[in-house]
Design a protein around this ligand. Structure first.
Ligand code: FDA
Length: 304
C-alpha cells in the first residue's frame, strides 16, 4: 500500500508541477535523487559512464521516461536517444543503451514505437552499441514482445527485459531463446493481479532461478538484473555467473557494495545509469519498491 501510494504521488501532475516550480524543494530533491540518477543531462550520464568503465564495469545508459502520449514529444525523446548513441559512438563506448517503448511512442501507437525503435537500433548498430528494451505493465507485454521480435529479425543488437514475476515468462522465454538477443531478467517492478503474477516470495525467487537455468542451458546471453543478495549467492553457488554469456546488472546507487564484491570476484558486472529531467518519477519508484530509501532521501535533503 505504501508503495502504491508513492507511485500515485509520483504520477500526480499537481505535486510534480509544484515541485518543479519550487525554488527550495526542487534542488533539495534533485540532490537526493542523485543517489540513484546520474543527473539531469546527457553529459552527467556520460561522465559517470566513463568513470565506471575505467573501473572495469560495463554500463547501460538510459534517458529516463515513460508513457509519452504526445507524438512531437516522442520524436524529441527518440532524437535524444540518437544523440546519446552518437556521443557514445564518438567515445567508442560500445556499451548498452536502455529504453522503454512507451517513452518513444508505444503510448501513441505501436507503429510509432516500432518506427522510432528501428531508427535508434540502426544507429546503435553503426557504433557497436546494444539496445535493451525495458518491460512495462502486463497490458503492454504482447505489444512490446511483438515489436522486439520484428526488430531482432532485422537487427541483432537488440535485447529484451523479461519479468520473472509474471507466470507467462516461462513460455515467453521458451520462445525468445530462438532469437539471438540478450534477455535481461528482472523480478518485475509493476503491481500486477495475483491471477497473472506472483509477489516477492520464495516462490518468485525459485521461478527466477528456473528461468535463469533455462537461459543458461540454452547458452543464451542473459543479464541477471537483481539486487537480491540471497538469490545472487544461490546463483554464485550454482556457478551460474561463471558462464561467459552471463552478466550481473544493477541499478546505479543500489547495493554498490554488492556489485563491487561480485566484480572483484571476476564476474561480468554492469551498472544501469539513468539520466534526465524525469528523475522525480524514477526517484519515487525507487522509494516505492524499497520504502527504507525514504530515510536516505530525507537525510540527503537535510545534509546536502
Ligand atoms: P527485491 O525487490 O526482492 O529486493 C531485494 C533486495 O535488493 C532488497 O532487500 C534490498 O536490499 C535491495 N533493493 C531492491 N530495490 C531496492 C531499492 N529501490 N533501493 C535500495 N535497495 C533495494 N523492472 C521492470 O518491471 N521492467 C524493467 O524493464 C526493469 N528494468 C530493470 C533493469 C535493471 C538493470 C534492474 C536492476 C532492474 C530493473 N527493473 C525492471 C526493476 C526490477 O523489476 C525490480 O523492481 C528491482 O530490481 C528490485 O527488485 P530486486 O530484484 O532487486 O529484488
Amino acid at each position: 500500500q505504501v508503495s502504491q501510494a508513492l507511485k500515485s504521488i509520483a504520477r500526480n501532475e499537481h505535486i510534480k508541477s509544484y515541485i518543479q516550480q519550487s525554488n527550495e524543494l526542487y534542488p533539495l530533491l534533485l540532490q537526493a535523487a542523485q543517489r540513484f540518477v546520474t543527473g539531469e543531462n546527457r553529459q552527467d550520464g556520460i561522465v559517470t559512464a566513463k568513470e565506471l568503465l575505467s573501473r572495469g564495469y560495463f554500463i547501460s545508459l538510459e534517458y529516463i521516461g515513460e508513457n509519452t502520449t504526445d507524438l512531437e514529444e516522442c520524436r524529441k525523446v527518440k532524437d535524444e536517444f540518437l544523440n546519446l548513441i552518437e556521443e557514445m559512438g564518438s567515445l567508442s563506448m560500445k556499451q548498452t543503451v536502455s529504453l522503454d517503448l512507451s517513452h518513444i511512442g508505444l503510448s501513441v501507437d505501436s507503429e510509432t514505437a516500432y518506427i522510432h525503435l528501428l531508427e535508434v537500433v540502426k544507429k546503435a548498430q553503426l557504433y557497436g552499441i546494444t539496445l535493451m528494451i525495458g518491460m512495462e505493465e502486463s497490458s503492454k507485454t504482447n505489444d512490446i514482445l511483438d515489436i522486439y521480435k520484428k526488430t531482432i529479425e532485422q537487427y541483432p543488437n537488440v535485447g529484451i527485459t523479461i519479468q520473472a514475476h509474471l507466470f507467462r515468462s516461462n513460455n515467453d522465454i521458451k520462445e525468445l531463446i530462438h532469437y539471438p538477443g540478450k534477455i535481461r531478467l528482472v523480478k518485475g517492478a509493476y503491481q500486477e493481479s495475483s491471477d497473472i503474477a506472483m509477489s516477492r516470495s520464495n516462490e518468485l525467487n525459485n521461478h527466477y532461478l528456473k528461468l535463469v537455468k533455462q537461459l543458461i542451458d540454452a547458452n543464451h546471453p542473459v543479464s541477471i538484473a537483481t539486487h537480491d543478495e540471497v538469490l545472487i549467492q544461490e546463483m554464485v553457488h550454482r556457478q551460474y555467473l561463471n558462464h561467459p554469456n552471463v552478466e550481473m546488472e544493477m541499478l546505479y546507487g543500489i547495493r554498490p557494495d554488492l556489485i563491487r564484491d561480485l566484480k572483484s570476484k571476476g564476474y561480468n558486472c554492469k551498472i544501469y545509469l539513468p539520466y534526465g529531467k524525469e528523475w522525480y518519477l524514477y526517484l519515487c519508484h525507487r522509494i516505492a519498491e524499497y520504502p527504507e530509501n525514504l530515510y536516505s532521501v530525507l537525510t540527503d535533503m537535510i545534509n546536502p
